[in-house]
Ligand binder design. Structure first.
Ligand SMILES: *Cc1c(COP(=O)(O)O)cnc(C)c1O
Length: 447
């Protein structure tokens, strides 16, 4: 694109188009992308950026992958879409079968949804409908963790952290849920008994009203980029059983290898009752999500009134999305993904380490292929975003968090570009703000 075309594009964008968590009609830097391949985004002016975000956890194989392109093209030749009410098709059935096979044990029933938030809505509705079917309709509220993030639709918002969940504005109209403190214990240590006690007392006190505990296993994403002890997850599983409350694992961000296991539940060797998948499910090619459940939940719903599960999206099990998901899973399982995650973790640890001694940095932590630099103050996106672009990388911080979760196929030298850009920009922030205030011992936490 020439500069005139680019300027026209950006003018129209600013005038008419909303971006995520943005205002329309307000000046904010957005960068026009014209193509992407591997870990590189090409901007309209020809510059290339190394992608540190995997487009928000999604693009595990990188952009424009020949195997995924081929899967979409093949399916396109047959049909792009067909309604799923009363009809079925091979990509959906094969994908459901594959998901049951690779998901934590007992996740034997599959509901395809159109996005992560919808998969969470579906999980919550499943839990509510399950308890109605069991003759216990009072069990319709949810227990959730502070610093959790589960999506932007209304009921999903109600289980997000009431403060960091970005939805405080809606507090008055959202259903009231119960919240536990975010688990404290480090990801490589035992659970903190105080956290487990808080969980147990909430379950014993409110068990009669609770349909389910919903959590992001081991890694809390957009609500704070925190990692916590798998022991806590194990305790949650045991306590949910003891107090007759379902456990919903939201693995929309963590699923498909990001944490070094195919699913983060595997770190604790537990299975939830309901599992939400999304994001990397399609290899980042298009929107699709899935909610998996134990057969016992599906059976109870089938036996109850009205005998069906009350949800059915128009684009349910879209064939293109199913076909590309299958190709993505095949590609992942045929790749040395565990070594890749391990190698990325090591490089993130080494590469981000210099941040730990910066006065602007409160904490540096790495788990799986996720590296987080938590600053002492929120960044000003208007200034920080262009700084990263100048460094030739795509890194999109939010609040106090600068983080990397690159495509798993990233080469060591590209990853080194990402980490050194983060070090340079965070160091530069200190100079800009003149911040020299001492911080309580910054440390590197990792596993
Ligand atoms: C992104 C995310 C969601 C919401 O998914 P969308 O596809 O954006 O609706 C829900 N839960 C978690 C853990 C997520 O990371």
């Amino acid at each position: 694109m020439d500069t005139t075309q680019t300027r026209a594009l950006l003018d129209t964008d600013r005038k008419f188009v909303w971006h995520p968590y943005s205002a329309c009609g307000v000046e904010a830097p957005v960068f026009p992308v014209t193509a992407a391949k591997g870990v590189r985004l090409t901007l309209a002016d020809g510059r290339e950026l190394i992608d540190g975000m995997a487009s928000w956890w999604c693009m595990i194989h990188g952009y424009n992958h020949p195997a995924l392109n081929a899967a979409v093209e093949r399916q396109l030749g047959d049909m792009a879409h067909v309604m799923f009410g009363g009809l079925t098709h091979p990509p959906a059935v094969t994908l459901a079968d594959r998901l049951v096979e690779i998901a934590p044990a007992g996740m034997d029933r599959v509901f395809f949804a159109d996005s992560g938030s919808v998969a969470v809505e579906v999980a919550l509705k499943m839990a509510i409908q399950y308890w109605i079917a069991c003759g216990r309709p009072a069990k319709r509220r949810f227990l959730s963790l502070r610093n959790g993030y589960h999506g932007d639709t209304l009921h999903a918002m109600s289980v997000c952290d009431p403060v960091t969940g970005m939805h405080t504005l809606f507090n008055e109209i959202l259903p009231r849920q119960f919240f536990l403190p975010a688990p404290h214990a480090a990801v490589d240590g035992p659970a903190d008994p105080v956290d487990v006690a808080a969980l147990e007392s909430a379950l014993s006190e409110h068990g009669d009203e609770l349909a389910a505990l919903i959590l992001e296993p081991v890694v809390q994403g957009a609500g704070g980029m925190r990692f916590y002890s798998p022991d806590y997850l194990r305790a949650a599983r045991e306590l949910c059983d003891r107090y007759d409350v379902l456990l919903i694992a939201d693995e929309i961000a963590t699923g498909f290898g990001r944490t070094g296991r195919l699913f983060a539940c595997e770190h604790a060797d537990v299975s939830p009752d309901i599992l939400c998948l999304g994001k990397a499910l399609t290899g980042g090619y298009m929107t699709m999500a899935a909610t998996l459940a134990r057969a016992q939940i599906a059976d109870a719903i089938a036996r109850g009134e009205p005998g069906v599960f009350m949800h059915g999206p128009t684009f349910m099990a879209n064939p293109l999305a199913c076909a590309v998901s299958l190709a993505s899973i095949d590609l992942l399982l045929a790749s040395p993904w565990q070594q890749r995650v391990h190698r990325i973790a090591q490089a993130l640890r080494d590469g981000l380490m210099p941040c730990a001694s910066l006065p602007t940095v409160a904490d540096v932590r790495v788990f799986g292929a996720i590296g987080v630099v938590e600053l002492t103050h929120p960044v000003d996106m208007k200034t920080v975003q262009p700084l990263f672009v100048e460094q030739g990388v795509w890194v999109r911080p939010f609040g106090k968090l600068v983080y990397l979760m690159p495509p798993l196929i990233i080469a060591p030298e590209d990853l080194a570009m990402l980490t050194s850009a983060v070090v340079r920009v965070t160091a530069d922030l200190g100079v800009r703000d003149g911040a020299a205030a001492p911080v309580d011992s910054p440390r590197v936490r990792s596993a």
